[in-house]
Design a protein around this ligand. Structure first.
Ligand SMILES: *Cc1c(COP(=O)(O)O)cnc(C)c1O
Length: 390
């Protein structure tokens, strides 16, 4: 399957990307770039990565034809079921790749940032699997909101470090993880959670997630579908979407990344620099980063991966948003018609589909939708929101 092109050595995607990091991290990012290039070109590394995703993760994930939803919408809908991957979302693809790479580089410890705790749990899982130590940085506000995930991480043997700076949420956890990395680069790998941050992370994470798109492409071909008309996924930092898009970038499929309306970095942002990258960001006129607000913690990030900013700028992909109400409706609709409870993040893509079927998606189209995760983690939240409505 053909690929999105590799970024240049400076990690640029057009005017976006790059590596805006402190002096001490410049050689560290360069070392990581070299190590990843070397590993990714090594069939034994790729073989082990795929074997772990198969035997531990449960890949390949199914492609599910949605008969009842398709009938009611008048478009053929197929779901790529990352919700069925171990730990309940696509995040495992990335942490397995980075965990194996860290081990190959001789690191003995992983650090990570987490917002809702999902990436923290995934990283703690990979660390346990590969026998690495693990420290996860999490804003204090988030540790209170997500106590169950704090417990999960600790049960998996990780240490959760509470971040009390700034707004005490994801953005501050990333800052703190980067600060920690500077002090311990010799034995520690920073396992960043999305296709964002300084080069080589946006590219490396995309490559670890492209298994979603490559697998989908083969599964579609097996069903006689050469190219779907629409490929859609939700976008927080953008890793599940860029992984899915990777399998279809060389086709004429319409690529759609759905942002949360309160975290629409492409839809409502402007270019700037944050967390080591130049990308589209939610910021005020003075360049102060604004807080993202969304029903789904996994999309609560004021930036977006630079490759998405680039795909938007050149017009190859489009980035509409879905609001909280539409997303709640979408969770209910998919549950009732298909027996699948989606994560609130993933339901943004479903919400867009429900809104656009028969409008910008012509009747009779084929839609591939990336279902990035399962909704179990969100049930208490969804119940409370539905109760508020009545
Ligand atoms: C974390 C998460 C996301 C957002 O992350 P991306 O990097 O944008 O994919 C989306 N869906 C689920 C289920 C998640 O856990």
């Amino acid at each position: 399957m053909s690929a999105l092109r590799d970024p240049a050595a400076d990690g640029r995607f057009g005017e976006f990307g790059g590596h805006f990091v402190p002096e001490v991290l410049v050689p560290v990012c360069a070392e990581l770039d070299t190590a990843f290039r070397d590993a990714w070109a090594d069939p034994s590394f790729r073989g082990e990565y795929l074997a772990v995703l198969r035997d531990f993760g449960g890949r390949p994930t199914p492609l599910t034809e949605c008969a009842r939803l398709s009938e009611s919408l008048g478009v053929r809908v197929l779901l790529k079921r990352e919700d069925l991957l171990h730990t309940g979302s696509h995040k495992l693809n990335n942490v397995v790749g980075q965990g194996l790479l860290a081990r190959r580089m001789g690191k003995r410890r992983l650090i990570a940032e987490t917002g809702a705790g999902q990436h923290g749990v995934a990283t703690a899982t990979a660390a346990a699997l590969f026998g690495l130590e693990c420290t996860v940085f999490m804003g204090e506000v988030d540790t209170r909101r997500q106590q169950l995930n704090v417990f999960r991480m600790e049960l998996l043997g990780a240490t959760v470090r509470t971040v009390t700076s700034g707004s005490q949420t994801l953005k501050d956890a990333v800052n703190e993880a980067m600060r920690e990395w500077v002090t311990c680069v010799d034995d520690t790998h920073y396992c960043l959670g999305s296709a964002m941050g300084p080069h080589p992370f946006p590219w490396m994470v995309r490559e670890f997630q492209r298994v979603i798109g490559d697998e989908s492409r083969c599964q579609l071909v097996d069903r006689g579908i050469e190219t779907p008309d629409v490929v859609v996924a939700c976008v927080g930092g953008g890793s599940n979407a860029i992984g899915l898009f990777s399998g279809f970038i060389d086709t004429d499929a319409r690529l759609v990344g759905v942002e949360a309306s309160g975290g629409a970095a492409i839809g409502a942002g402007t270019p700037g620099v944050l967390h080591g990258m130049r990308s589209m960001l939610l910021q005020d006129a003075d360049g102060q980063i604004l807080e993202a607000h969304s029903i789904s913690a996994g999309l609560d990030y004021p930036g977006v991966g630079p490759e998405h900013a680039y795909l938007a700028a050149i017009g190859r992909a489009e980035y509409p948003s879905a609001n909280d109400d539409e997303v709640l409706d979408a969770v209910g609709m998919l549950a009732r018609t298909e027996g699948i409870i989606a994560a609130l993040e993933s339901a943004h893509a479903v919400a867009w589909l429900l809104r656009e079927a028969g409008r910008s998606i012509p009747t009779g189209s084929t839609v591939l939708l990336g279902l990035s995760g399962r909704g179990d983690k969100d049930m208490a939240h969804v119940a409370a929101l539905l109760a508020e409505r009545t």
